[in-house]
Design a protein around this ligand. Structure first.
Ligand SMILES: [Zn+2]
Length: 381
């Protein structure tokens, strides 16, 4: 019920604002004050045209965004055949792995070969969607309302009433830019002429409609500018909102756990009791938010390493131009799951791959198969 209302009230309020703006800004300010009273005809026409173009572009981008939708996985990707790596990981850990004759188990015919690098959970396993029966490739997450796995899932935008993903992200950016332009034009023009239009029925004050427009435009200009800055930053490092949010959650939980392990202060004890999360539960949440990558060992064949990622790691960042290309152009045609898997690996930048391989050579991460898949720590507590 609340969600249905939320889906309706935002477009309604937006339409009311569009109507109010046409009356207060275009008619009262541009036509009556600038055009008729101050005789700035060309400025008035320019501002009316500018704001209306921005409004039309917002509508076009918004409608396209809703029609296109966030997109869904182009193909179902079956589980990766990780058996051989798991077995070799066990042998490697025991020190009995024969590097010239690694154990190979290719009996799982319906599985696909894993890419050299893929995102995984703490156990080194890829994320699996049981609803879509596919590995969550292409940075996808499952969105239950639409029952789809959405590639490049960014966030659910309550204001636009749509999930933002790979297919409609450019239109989302379009809406943000047009709003930015619109509020900027309205606010700057009103502030510039404010002192010359203070004749509200000769009371020498601004018309209430102008005051309301200035307040609303000012508030939204700040909000949209922050959002736009965040979008630019995320495109620059090729990061999604949901990825950033999970990283923040992970860090918050880590500091909470750190506070728990030290002698907790009265305030920390109070907060922990309030949240009622045990140490085990905290650790489980941290593991679910922490980013890991399963990587082919750079030195040993058929051995893989599970390595945790640092906050400063941006695996998909290939530089601003390449990142923009990835956002603006469409996926290639995928004929088989193996095509998707290959593309999945190519999405990760070469510089990041080299950095990770260096870390593995330095002994970071744990060999896939060397840890028990059962989370023993959780059961023992
Ligand atoms: Zn799914």
């Amino acid at each position: 019920m609340i969600k249905t209302l939320q889906r309706v009230w935002v477009p309604v309020i937006t339409l009311v604002w569009f109507g109010f703006s046409e009356y207060a800004y275009c008619y009262l300010f541009c036509k009556r004050k600038l055009y008729d009273d101050l005789h700035h005809e060309s400025t008035a026409i320019g501002l009316i045209v500018g704001t209306n173009i921005a409004m039309i572009l917002i509508c076009i981008n918004w409608i396209t965004l809703l029609i296109k939708g966030p997109g869904k996985l182009p193909l179902k990707v079956p589980p990766y055949n990780l058996n051989r790596y798991y077995k070799n990981g066990e042998l490697f850990q025991k020190g009995v792995l024969d590097a010239n004759d690694p154990a190979i188990d290719d009996s799982l015919t319906n599985f696909v070969d894993p890419p050299d690098f893929f995102q995984c959970n703490w156990q080194g396993l890829p994320y699996w969607c049981s609803h879509c029966e596919s590995i969550k490739v292409l940075r996808s997450h499952h969105f239950s309302r639409l029952n789809i796995c959405c590639p490049y899932m960014d966030h659910y935008c309550a204001y636009l009433g749509s999930l933002i993903g790979y297919d409609n992200y450019p239109y989302f950016v379009g809406v943000v830019i047009c709003y930015e332009m619109w509020f900027l034009i309205v606010l700057v023009s009103l502030c510039c002429f404010a002192s010359r239009i203070e004749d509200f029925s000769k009371r020498r004050i601004l018309h209430p409609a102008d005051i309301v427009t200035i307040i609303i435009s000012g508030f939204w200009l700040v909000t949209v500018t922050v959002l736009f800055g965040s979008v630019l930053n995320m495109v620059a490092i090729n990061e999604l909102s949901i990825e950033r949010l999970n990283m923040k959650r992970c860090n918050a939980l880590k500091s909470k756990l750190g506070a728990m392990e030290q002698k907790p202060s009265f305030k920390t004890r109070f907060l922990l009791r309030k949240n009622q999360l045990s140490k085990t539960e905290l650790q489980r949440y941290i593991d679910s938010y922490q980013r890991y990558m399963n990587v082919k060992h750079p030195q040993f064949s058929n051995v893989r390493v599970v390595i945790p990622l640092r906050d400063s790691d941006h695996p998909f960042n290939k530089g601003l131009f390449e990142n923009l290309k990835q956002w603006c152009f469409r996926f290639p045609k995928f004929a088989t799951p193996q095509d998707v898997v290959r593309y999945e690996c190519d999405m990760i930048s070469m510089s990041f791959k080299k950095k990770i391989q260096e870390r593995i050579k330095d002994g970071e991460g744990h060999v896939f198969g060397s840890l028990s898949v059962t989370p023993v720590d959780y059961q023992s507590v």
